[in-house]
Design a protein around this ligand. Structure first.
Ligand code: UD1
Length: 414
């Protein structure tokens, strides 16, 4: 992927439409291996993580087609429970629950993904063991054996990935699974709606207690993926740092509550209509105050870097506390290169920003990469952002979308 060249201080003005959510479509694609028939998914985003997941499905023996925003998966040729590709992507771990549900066996690489610190899978392993599945890992690979059965499963922490794996393993397992301390992220409710469209029996999706009554088989279905709340939040932050105004279509108010609260605190004006919002930047960006990442419905860890970029463009200090991941301050040295003063201590960062200037920057992870774009839009002069392959994992042509609403940004040919 080529570098992005951004010249800041060009207020955004226009309308952007949010596409389907990466964090919803990836577990849903894994869930396709449970289907007895073809699945048609609508509103799918063109992202490299989606292509990687389709690659995994093809290697498992499924037929896939990606046309515009529609993905067709035909799992009738599924012939192996070994995932060969995908070790570089955290969400390949979703195939664990889906494949043991389908075959009573799964072999897959230990998860990769953005380098956000240790990404253990002990919660997934304990949950599946409670359902009768033997899971071992040697650090490189995960080996699972045994048909899951209904069980009472309590998670020590409401892990998004572990919640998804339990649901995927349980929908075709005999008996009733009662999952407590489940994650409540909207993407989990989306996965449950998809599985329900295939014939699954799930109660309490979106709450911290989910009951799943196993069914013998699931059928094919058509399903529309929910909009990406993290992309919507990234656009909101870009509107603020650029000093502009954006209408954002497919923005779901309850999904964006905490992000909107923080941006309102720094002076942005946000007005809502059904499934859309309008955001206007303040003349001078005020303090975002103290922001803590939490499990949903708290402030999302996936928006931490972008809001830190907003803090870096504000003349007033802000404090960011990262409670979910241990190494998610990788953007800090890059923001410092732009002139922000940031003091980190453990999980806390004190951000003193102000007049950022353009610089040569390196994206270190997906959301951190998007945050550098957000910061560069608010900086004087030109920034060159390398490592944009990380950004393409979760944003469809971020440079093109922002250029369409007036940003001075271009993507260099690699
Ligand atoms: C997490 C985020 C999710 C985000 C995604 C991509 C939360 C709760 N989850 O989901 O919103 O979209 O990253 O950035 O915000 N953990 C363990 N053992 C496990 C599983 C997890 O200790 O078996 C720990 C992780 O190290 C981490 C925390 O639990 O500190 C959250 O993990 P989890 O929700 O599972 O991560 P993801 O599913 O990747």
């Amino acid at each position: 992927m080529g570098d992005y060249i951004v010249r800041g201080k060009n207020p955004l003005d226009g309308k952007l439409k949010v596409y389907g959510a990466k964090n919803a479509v990836l577990p849903i694609l894994a869930g396709c291996v449970l289907s007895g028939g073809a699945v048609l998914l609508k509103n799918c985003p063109q992202l490299t993580d989606v292509s990687c997941t389709l690659n995994i499905l093809r290697r498992l023996g499924c037929k896939t087609a990606f046309d515009g925003e529609e993905i067709l998966v035909n799992p009738s040729g599924l012939n192996t429970c070994t995932v060969e590709a995908g070790g570089d992507m955290r969400s390949s771990v979703n195939f664990l629950g889906a494949l043991v549900g389908r075959f009573g066996r799964a072999v897959l690489p230990a998860p990769g993904g953005c380098r956000l610190g240790r990404r253990p899978i002990d919660i997934h392993v304990r949950a599946l063991r409670a359902m009768g599945v033997e899971v071992e890992t040697d650090g490189d690979m995960i080996y699972a054996q045994g048909r899951p059965h209904g069980a009472e499963v309590q998670l020590d922490f409401p892990s998004v990935g572990a919640t998804e794996n339990v649901i995927l393993a349980a929908v075709t397992a005999p008996g009733m699974t009662v999952l407590t301390n489940a994650a409540r992220e909207p993407e989990i409710a989306d996965l449950c709606r998809f599985l329900t469209a295939m014939g699954a029996r799930i109660h309490g999706a979106g709450s911290d207690m989910i009951r799943i009554e196993g069914v013998r088989r699931l059928k094919g279905c058509e399903y529309k993926i929910m909009p990406d709340r993290i992309v919507a939040a990234t656009y909101m932050c870009a509107a603020v740092t650029s000093g502009g105004r954006l209408e954002i279509e497919n923005a779901v108010r309850p999904h964006l509550g905490e992000v909107a609260r923080v941006l309102t605190r720094c002076g942005a004006e946000i007005s809502w209509a059904p499934n859309r919002l309008e955001i206007r930047a303040p003349k001078v960006i005020g303090s975002c105050g103290t922001v803590r990442t939490e499990v949903y419905p708290g402030f999302p860890t996936d928006c931490q870097s972008q809001v830190m970029a907003v803090m870096a463009c504000s003349a007033e200090p802000g404090i960011m506390i990262e409670n979910i991941f241990e190494s998610r301050f990788k953007t800090v040295p890059e923001l410092r290169r732009m002139g922000a003063e940031i003091y980190c201590s453990g999980r806390e960062a004190l951000v003193r920003g102000g007049n950022l200037r353009g610089a040569r920057l390196m994206a270190m992870d997906l959301r951190g990469g998007a945050a550098l774009v957000v910061a560069a839009l608010g900086a004087r002069g030109e920034s060159r952002i390398s490592g944009t392959g990380f950004i393409a994992r979760g944003y469809r042509d971020l440079a093109g979308e922002l250029a369409s609403v007036g940003a001075d940004i271009m993507s260099e040919k690699p």
